[in-house]
Design a protein around this ligand. Structure first.
Ligand code: IDP
Ligand code: MG
Length: 151
């Protein structure tokens, strides 16, 4: 079993396709471990994409990521990282095959609506960045769900 970090980017949240994206992960067989809506700040956006900091589009990229709420998720399953990447499709929606999320929902690389970790190491790093507390077994809107909070 493996876990991966997936994020619906601000354009996906604004367009109202969080549910459609979740549906694809559920249909594929992934288990949802954690989910939360959050507004990320510039520091987190820069840290998340630190490997791309020398790219000419870095400023545009972190601006895009901080332009609205994102939906951060942890999905679990066998080969979760690679399975999520194939479900999401190629980085540039022009090349992403129909049937993939980017192939079906996006047209431009600067607005490709969803992120998925590119390796198990990246997944662990990104989960640590976005879900700072130790993972509860079950979460409700990102908050630990237990009998006390249910009362
Ligand atoms: P990935 O998201 O498929 O892993 P990366 O190469 O890690 O692709 O790039 C991270 C993100 O940076 C992409 O998802 C996309 O939002 C953005 N990006 C990549 N290339 C370009 C570009 O040429 N112009 C604008 N944004 C880009
Ligand atoms: Mg990447």
């Amino acid at each position: 079993m493996e876990r991966t970090f997936v994020m619906v980017k601000p354009d996906g949240v604004k367009r109202g396709v969080i549910g459609s994206i979740i549906n694809r992960f559920e249909q594929k067989g992934f288990a949802l471990m954690a989910i939360k809506l959050m507004q990320i700040d510039l520091a987190l956006a820069e840290e998340h994409y630190r490997d791309l900091r020398t790219k000419p589009f870095f400023g545009e990229l972190v601006g895009y990521l901080t332009s609205g709420s994102v939906c951060a998720m942890i999905w679990e399953g066998p080969n979760a990282v690679a399975n999520a990447r194939s479900l999401i499709g190629k980085t540039n929606p022009v090349e992403a095959a129909p049937g993939t999320i980017r192939g079906d929902y996006a047209m431009d690389v600067a607005g490709n609506i969803v992120h998925g970790s590119d390796s198990p190491e990246s997944a662990a790093r990104e989960i640590g960045l976005f879900f700072t507390q130790e993972l509860p077994i079950t979460t409700f809107m990102g908050f630990p769900y237990n009998e006390q909070s249910a009362e």
